[in-house]
Write a protein that binds this ligand. Sequence first.
Ligand code: NCD
Length: 328
Amino acid sequence: MKHLLSAGDLSRDDAIRVLDTAEELLGVAQRPIKKLPTLRGRTVVNLFFEDSTRTRISFEAAAKRLSADVINFSAKGSSASKGEGLKDTALTLQAMGADAVVVRHHHSGAPHRLAHAQWTNGAVINAGDGTHEHPTQALLDAFTMRRHLVGLPGGPGGGAGPRAAEGTDLADKHVTIVGDVLHSRVARSNALLLHTLGAHVTLVAPPTLLPVGVESWPVETSYDLDASLEKADAVMMLRVQRERMNASYFPSAREYSRRYGLDVARMNRLPEHAIVMHPGPMNRGMEINADVADSPRSVIVEQVTNGVAVRMAVLYLLVGGATEGNDA
Ligand code: NCD
């Protein structure tokens, strides 16, 4: 695979390879010196047309831990934010010899355009495009689920210490994804990848926040959060985007929170081993109660840690893999 544009492009074997590689790389973060020489002399460009702290610094840390040179290109606010802007920027990067371009863009499809127009020879990694996809988020979520829910000594929920069994997927795990599915690239990428990994996905949202055509996704849907708690191995809460709150997708913040927010009473109805996830940034008190976010079931901080290992794995497999042996 040359690029990572969609979670749907990953076969089960591809996905498992990323997860297993990330498992190896997670150990690097625990060393006093958090660096491997793998991508020495390679250049990774972070091309962000949309604000992001978490994802950008995660990719930056990942690239640096593999000894790549990192160029952060924040293109937000640039007047040419559409096609030509992307093209010119890409040609500039090409001239600078980017081996990988990590792109976040407010337009769905921008990373595909970058890859398919061949404006760059580098590997294109989609770090979130519009409301479309966010494949590395789905990979880090799957990685986190696998560590908690699969093959750990001590059974389900045995803790995040030991490594998940290599080569395993998420067969028959139940994942409930709750909230603004309509605008969520996280939900879309997760639905695709979790399906590939054998999990059962239930999307829970008010009818107004489920996309048209969701019937063709490999998921179940429900308007009723309470009904889907008891069988869930993982519950993933989506951020309610502030800009949606006034757009009559739901009556009020309070009403949304009452019907679709994860509070302590709801959390207590989950199976004992179930984990609570959120891609961040959270609206505490809105889609997730603060006590839930800080509870021992919450793996939200761990998702951030795991994100670096997963992005290291993606960079390694797309950029480093083919050049092994040149690494004098
Ligand atoms: C997500 C995103 O930007 O798509 N966050 C992230 O990557 N850390 C989810 C969100 O913003 O709600």
